[in-house]
Design a protein around this ligand. Structure first.
Ligand SMILES: Nc1ncnc2c1ncn2[C@@H]1O[C@H](COP(=O)(O)OP(=O)(O)OP(=O)(O)O)[C@@H](O)[C@H]1O
Length: 635
């Protein structure tokens, strides 16, 4: 009974064909390996035919001794050839398989870097990690082993069944009858297994996310003594995954049982029928021997079909999960016909936000509902607003970490969407409040802020000078006192440094490339007021022609600015010097003076709660507000 060749469905075939994009270079060797395996299997099938000839010719018909020796020699030769071909398969496909996996992994990583921040907001790190490691491993294993074995096993079964029918049609038909239940059960297996294997892959991704989150947040877990909770959560997820893996194993073992039991049963029936036919001379003893020897040779590929089908469905789930990421188009992409930025104006760049609107997805509430704002060349403008009012969101629209959903952001008159991302990011540098550094030396982290093409043209001394200048301006000189100075490798995400130290290295990175536009998201929040004043003064001196947009939460950061813009309910409701706004803009006054101890909404504070004349213009002289005015000062 040849079971139905375990054909995966059409969508599986389509998904696997899409792998050709990466597998194409490996195709010749995989095909050669497949041919070697196929020939080896067919040689194995030839052995029973030789045996049949020996039985009929020598044992039954009294053939010569020489014929027997020749037949034995032929069997030996076939065996040696088969072993050689199996070795060829391994040698042929081991290398291209790893090459395909590497190419797929590299493309995935490249694509992840290309995908916008909005994508990374939605996808967990563990799921992406699992897709780039575990899923690709399954795909490679299938490509170099499963696919070839599946084709070879199915071909062996079909050819073997043909030989059995040719050897004895009635016995062959008895054996074939067993294919009917196997096809039906195989179909059912495919449907069930497909669902369960996908669930297992997704759960493995969730489990990886838990590990990643816990390792990332280990300080919080320890500080709050929540390690046991994290462990409990992890164990629950691990149990779920184990349950699904057991479902997989049960489903697979049911199929293996079917593929072992039904052929054996039909073989027993065929044996009874065969003996009866032989006793009536309707089949020769040699044919009977050849028939059953073929059945024995076929039993291995028949049983393997279940495992190979499972492997194919594993790889299908891995391929689907891989392609789900690869098929996500980078929403923030380079324009087809990019515009070049005009040469940097001597006085600095002009940045304009024109009726800018932004929502985190269709149908979601607008975070920004029509922002109009102009930053004049060389100006430093502070953005102030309540927490959650959209300051960070607005900032991120300038370097296109997100794209506006309405209106436009222009740098020197050019819509940022008309620039290549490389040009834009060479012109606009960013420093975030929670800076991420990389496990590299301080020097390498700082140089990350210099556009690659600019860096490539610098000799080491010039690059060092850039780093020194940036480190001085950002008051990150502490890095020179680290064990290996600026060459000290800082830990993952810079966690071996204090929060304020990391902020200063991140600031040095932002200014190292002398950007036209600097976007700073409260980058000095972790510094003490005295250090912040030093950094502020350094920045003002050095970045005279850099146009800077800075989010400020405290008066001392506002000191960096020429003007301040107040962001309120997704709109700019006031722009002007700090002192003027403090005197005339109740919401601004509220944000800077009462944010941390006030009720939820600013609206709760009536306009007259802080009468305008309570803060006369001269009460907060410009200079006092600018330099070193801490949260309590300048109010
Ligand atoms: N990835 C996101 N998906 C959905 N909503 C988001 C996302 N990021 C931020 N938001 C929402 O957008 C709004 C503005 O957030 P944003 O971070 O810009 O505020 P903010 O003014 O910078 O706040 P803070 O001063 O606390 O840093 C908030 O209501 C926030 O919940």
């Amino acid at each position: 009974m040849p079971p139905a060749p375990a054909s995966p469905d059409a969508s599986t075939t389509r998904a696997m064909l899409r792998l050709l994009r990466w597998a194409r270079p490996a195709v010749p060797r995989v095909v050669a390996g497949g041919v070697a395996t196929l020939v080896a299997s067919l040689l194995a099938l030839a052995v029973p035919q030789v045996l049949g000839q020996v039985v009929n010719g020598h044992l039954v018909a009294g053939g010569t001794r020489t014929a027997v020796v020749q037949a034995a020699g032929l069997v030996l030769l076939l065996g040696v050839l088969e072993a050689f071909l199996v070795w060829c398969r391994r040698a042929l496909i081991a290398t291209p398989g790893t090459g395909v996996e590497r190419a797929m992994r590299t493309d995935l990583f490249r694509h992840l870097l290309d995908l916008p921040v909005a994508f990374h907001d939605r996808w967990s790190g563990g799921q992406l990690l699992q897709r780039s490691m575990g899923d690709l491993h399954l795909v490679r294993r299938w490509m170099v082993f499963g696919l070839i074995q599946l084709v070879v096993a199915a071909t062996t079964v079909v050819v073997g069944a043909g030989l059995m029918i040719a050897t004895s049609p009635p016995l062959g038909l008895v054996y074939l009858a067993g294919a009917v239940p196997v096809v039906a059960l195989g179909f059912r297996f495919r449907l069930d297994y497909k669902v369960v294997v996908r669930r297992a892959r997704d759960q493995a991704g969730d489990l990886a996310t838990s590990v990643e989150e816990s390792v990332h947040g280990i300080r919080v877990l320890k500080a709050f003594g929540r390690g046991d909770d994290a462990l409990e959560d992890f164990v629950r997820q691990a149990d779920e995954l184990r349950g699904t893996e057991l479902d997989k194993a049960r489903s697979q073992s049911r199929m293996t049982f079917v593929l072992a039991w039904i052929p054996e049963t039909t073989l027993a029936v065929a044996l009874a029928v065969g003996v009866w036919l032989a006793s009536g001379d309707r089949v020769s003893v040699g044919a009977l021997v050849a028939f059953f020897a073929t059945a024995v040779v076929m039993s291995r590929p028949v049983e393997a079909l279940g495992q190979l089908l499972a492997m194919t469905l594993d790889a299908r789930a891995g391929t689907d999960r891989y392609l789900e990421v690869m098929d996500t188009a980078p929403a923030v992409a380079d324009p087809e016909q990019p515009v070049a930025l005009p040469p940097a104006p001597a006085g600095g760049s002009r940045v304009e936000l024109r009726d800018v609107r932004f929502a985190h997805g269709p149908g979601r509430r607008e975070v920004l509902g029509g922002v109009d704002l102009v930053l004049e060349p060389g100006e430093t403008l502070a953005l102030v607003g309540l927490t959650g009012s959209g300051k960070t969101t607005l900032l991120q629209l300038v370097p296109r970490l997100y794209d506006v959903t309405g209106g436009a952001v222009l740098v020197d008159g050019v819509d940022v969407r008309d620039l290549t991302r490389a040009d834009l990011r060479a012109a606009v540098a960013v420093a975030f409040e929670d800076p991420i550094l990389f496990s590299a030396s301080v020097r390498e982290n700082v140089l990350m802020g210099v556009p690659a093409e600019h860096l490539a043209g610098l000799d080491p001394a010039a690059a060092d000078a850039l780093v020194d200048r940036a480190v001085d301006v950002a008051r990150a000189g502490f890095a020179r006192t680290l064990p290996r100075g600026l060459d000290t490798v800082i830990g993952e995400e810079g966690l071996s440094l204090s929060g304020g130290q990391r902020q200063r290295v991140a600031l040095a990175r932002a200014i190292a490339g002398s950007p036209r536009v600097l976007v700073l998201d409260d980058p000095l929040s972790a510094l003490d007021v005295a250090t912040e004043a030093e950094v502020t003064a350094g920045l003002r001196r050095t970045l005279a022609t850099t146009t800077t947009l800075v989010v400020a939460h405290r008066t001392s950061t506002v000191a960096l600015a020429d003007r301040v813009a107040v962001l309120e309910d997704g709109r700019i409701t006031g722009v002007g010097p700090h002192a003027e706004l403090l005197a005339t803009h109740p919401h601004y006054r509220y944000v800077l003076t009462a944010e941390h101890d006030a009720p939820d909404r600013p609206d709760a504070v009536p306009d007259d709660a802080v009468p305008d004349d309570a803060v006369p213009d001269d009460a907060v002289p410009d200079d006092a507000a600018r330099i070193g005015a801490g949260p309590g000062e300048g109010r």
